[in-house]
Design a binder for this molecule. Structure first.
Ligand SMILES: Nc1ncnc2c1ncn2[C@@H]1O[C@H](COP(=O)(O)OP(=O)(O)OP(=O)(O)O)[C@@H](O)[C@H]1O
Ligand SMILES: [Mg+2]
Length: 344
């Protein structure tokens, strides 16, 4: 972690090692020098928050009035986003003054980096707040992390890649050079101190990294199984990854304690629920509709049981556009039709 002694910030101290990301830090730092709102986007568990915290620590000197991290994970309602920011800045309600105004007044003229972390479930509220603050406070910069873009004027998007995975042949040297394997081995060694990357284990470790696409959260979850299973057994059981990757740390947010939970927190599914509401509000849906599930969601039994809508469009190409196939049960059988809707 970068030295942060003299500056103002509330960045959490790291409890575990930080792996790789030299290029990513260089590139995002360069972008912060050129834009006022930078959003790190990417799949669940790819490492957006971890990178943002590291980046914040690396650029502290550039923000004499502080780098302030607002974790929006526990914020359940969009209306509470401004309150969360005010809380981090140590502001108290003032009768008759809207919170947004209070925050803008406090940041006025200050050189601050505000990190809005984990925005996806309160995206619109974050976008509105960020835009308001950026207009009102010319020296302010915003760094956001989200599974989908905020959609703010002037927003620079930057997709966080997964960690580099080993390329065959899987010799111990080559495998050890990949960031994904480094993370897996470090976390696995914390569970089973005798684990080494040798001739016998390297192919299985490489296979785990490749099959988990170098996603840090998935690698960490897989590493927790090392005490109970050999790396070969873990690699062999990844076909059933949703059952295998369930043993996250109890201190992690609930959405990161299993691989399934992390996928369920996807903005696609959250937005799909919003779409169902929007369609219902426009009376497109009547009765109790049965909405079909995308093949991706169908592959996850507990999602298909709980969710009511399919998201067939890719969230990366068009986060606001969703294709839902709506089926209605009727006395003559099941009628089906497709609705394309923009939820924004
Ligand atoms: N470069 C890294 N080095 C070490 N650990 C990492 C790294 N990147 C991510 N991790 C770990 O992987 C897990 C997931 O990372 P993180 O919470 O940053 O993902 P995220 O993309 O923000 O996920 P979400 O979409 O759920 O918010 C965390 O336990 C984190 O500490
Ligand atoms: Mg995050």
């Amino acid at each position: 972690m970068t030295e942060v002694a003299t500056s103002q910030h509330n960045l959490p101290a790291a409890l575990s090692t930080f792996v790789g990301r030299d290029n990513e830090l260089r590139e995002t730092r360069r972008l912060l020098g050129a834009t006022r709102v930078l959003t790190l986007i990417g799949a669940g568990g790819v490492g957006k928050t971890r990178l943002a915290v590291h980046l914040g620590a690396a650029v502290l000197d550039a923000y004499p009035d502080g780098v302030w991290l607002v974790d929006l994970t526990p914020v359940a309602h969009p209306r509470r986003v401004a309150r969360a920011v005010a809380g981090v800045l140590g502001l108290h309600d003032r009768a008759g003054t809207p919170l947004v105004r209070l925050v803008a007044d406090a940041l006025q003229g200050n050189r601050v980096l505000l990190i809005l972390d984990n925005c996806e479930h309160v995206l619109d509220a974050c976008a509105r707040l960020a835009e308001h603050l950026l207009r009102a406070c010319p020296a302010l910069q915003v760094l956001a992390t989200s599974r989908a873009p905020l959609g703010v004027d002037g927003e620079q998007l930057w997709r966080v890649p997964s960690l580099a995975v080993p390329e065959p042949p899987d010799t111990p040297d080559r495998v050890a050079r990949s960031a994904a394997a480094e993370l897996f081995v470090q976390r696995a060694a914390a569970v089973e101190a005798t684990l080494r990357l040798g001739k016998e284990t390297a192919p299985a470790v490489a296979s785990i990294c490749r099959r988990l696409d170098g996603i840090p959260l998935a690698l960490e979850l897989a590493a927790t199984r090392v005490g109970a299973l050999s790396v070969e057994q873990i690699a062999a059981r990844l076909d059933d990854r949703f059952r295998l990757l369930v043993g996250g740390h109890h201190t992690a947010p609930p959405r990161q304690q299993t691989l399934l939970a992390t996928l369920e927190w996807s903005p696609a599914l959250l937005a799909a629920r919003a779409l169902v509401d929007a369609l219902a509000a426009r009376h497109v849906l009547t009765g109790s509709p049965l909405l079909s599930l995308s093949s991706r969601a169908r592959a996850m039994p507990s999602i298909s049981r709980r969710s009511s809508c399919a998201v067939a469009a890719s969230t990366s190409s068009s986060p606001a556009l969703y294709l839902c196939q709506i089926r209605r049960r009727s006395s003559n059988g099941e009628a089906s039709r497709t609705v394309v809707s923009n939820t924004s």
